[in-house]
Design a protein. Structure first.
Length: 485
């Protein structure tokens, strides 16, 4: 069977050959991952001589991606769902604890030297993993790209109107295309540019959101409670739905190893897990909490208009720019991983071109979400529904890391022939396929969002899709893969 890895450019091959034969090649910083050049690697294995960096760099990567408009919207949504401020803040903390799972998945990157999209061949088999990447890796990534792009565009529309330009349909389409172009440029240049840009982006966003925090906290009603507080089964239904909504962000990153795979193989797994989880958890809690606090004072059904009433007038353009910048940072990571997923599906295409293909699909969905559908309803429904698949997928991946003691052989993972140890039965690992099928089925029976599953219906609407899917899939995979220990 032919490899799905696109052929590297001749200049790249020559550079690698020279690097291997030149004195001190191992000590020099690799040139294939520079910030000012398009990343040469796709889903191929990163040789040890090209590994570099420190796990603390992962903090800014994830922090920059999580100071964004969507987090504010989701935080405010918890209050709109009928929770008190205290209950909303508790839900935000619990939901963001799922960043620990994102951090756990990231440790497989340095161990294998390959992205998550390749590591999961060990879980699903060579052929089975192509299906996994088509759905979990590519389709859902494009959906998230579209949702976040819509969020950034909404902020940009307000900025355009402040400049005296009417946000007509034509202007809106142009704004979406410009934001997508900036985002995709970062995704195309890849890992090196991401590592270079995201620290200053994190610092800039921190400064802006410090001003936002002052304005929001001055107006927050810390004793806020809805006119008719939720009680009993209704309260638990909303609490669980809220945790599902918040956790959808960390659960969407089943590809966190993509950004850790350039680290040396000897890098501390605890450091990789810790810096990744912390980079997502801290801004996730802070920004979502600001959204919840703001909702006690203003109408977060229209977040931008509401926040304008409690923020200084001179600050409004800076705030809108920060919302756009944070969402661009988030979407660049999504586009980058979606591009790798498209390669891992089996399409022979360079990573840079695959990123552009993802952007085209996402822009189409974005325009639909903005011009046809109701944005807030779309966000809530999509985020809650995706955990039916993402929860089990992440749980199985994490279980595999635990069973293998994070021991992955990157070069062996690149073998896609029937002689590969990851070929299993006709290219599919029954353990991974059955565990994912079982987990998703169990989760779907418990969901209550676009539709109500029979178990959720029997429980008066209580949505236990997330914990059920995780528990069933992880247990099934551990049971069926006992030999991995």
């Amino acid at each position: 069977m032919a490899s799905t890895i696109p052929d590297p450019p001749e200049s790249t091959c020559a550079t690698r050959k020279e690097a291997e034969t030149s004195p001190g090649a191992h000590a020099a910083r690799p040139t294939s991952d520079g910030a000012t050049r398009v990343e040469a690697h796709g889903i191929d294995h990163i040789p040890e001589r090209e590994r570099h960096g420190h796990p603390r760099q992962l903090f800014s990567v994830w922090a920059a991606a999580n100071v964004n408009y969507l987090s504010l919207v989701v935080g405010g949504t918890l209050i709109l769902m009928g929770l008190t401020l205290g209950q909303a803040l508790a839900v935000i903390v619990v939901g963001n604890l799922f960043w620990l799972l994102t951090g756990l998945l990231a440790i497989s990157g340095p161990a294998a030297g390959t992205p998550s999209e390749v590591i999961t061949r060990a879980v699903y088999g060579i052929r089975g993993n192509r299906v996994n990447n088509a759905v979990v890796g590519w389709m859902i990534s494009v959906c998230y790209f579209a949702l976040n792009l819509a969020a950034a565009a909404t902020a940009a529309f307000s900025l355009v109107e402040k400049a005296g330009v009417s946000a007509s349909t034509g202007v809106k389409i142009a704004v979406v295309l410009v934001i997508a172009a900036v985002t995709l440029t970062i995704g195309v240049y890849g890992h090196g540019l991401i590592m270079k840009l995201y620290l200053p982006i994190t610092l800039a966003l921190t400064a802006v959101f410090a001003v936002v925090a002052i304005g929001v906290l001055r107006h927050t009603d810390f004793s806020y409670a809805p006119p008719e507080p939720l009680r009993g089964a209704d309260l638990w239904t909303v609490l669980v739905a809220g945790v599902t909504l918040i956790s959808s962000a960390p659960l969407s990153y089943t590809t966190s190893a993509d950004f850790a795979r350039y680290l040396p193989r000897t890098t501390s797994s605890k450091a990789v897990l810790g810096w990744t989880a912390l980079g997502g958890f801290v801004p996730g809690v802070v920004v979502c909490s600001l959204g919840a606090c703001a909702a006690t004072a203003v109408d977060m059904g229209d977040p931008q208009s509401g926040l304008q009433t409690i923020l200084p007038g001179w600050f409004d353009p800076l705030f809108l720019l920060a919302l756009i910048l944070g969402t661009v940072a988030l979407n660049a990571l999504t586009a980058y991983s979606a591009g790798l997923a498209l390669q891992a599906v089996g399409i022979r295409i360079r990573r840079s071109l695959s990123v552009l293909a993802d952007g085209t699909a996402a822009v189409s969905l974005t325009l639909y979400a903005l011009l046809i559908s109701d944005f807030l309803d779309t966000v809530s429904n999509v985020l809650q529904l995706t955990v039916v698949l993402l929860g089990p997928a992440m749980a199985i991946y994490a279980t595999d890391i635990w069973l293998r003691r994070n021991n992955y052989d990157g070069p062996t993972l690149m073998d896609e022939t029937p002689s590969s140890p990851y070929w299993y039965a006709a290219g599919v690992n029954p353990a991974g396929a059955l565990a994912l099928t079982g987990g998703v089925t169990a989760s779907a029976l418990c969901v209550n969002t676009l539709y109500t599953g029979p178990i959720a219906s029997a429980l008066d609407g209580l949505d236990l899709a997330l914990p059920t899917g995780i528990a069933v899939s992880a247990s099934l995979y551990a049971l069926l893969s006992r030999g991995l220990r």
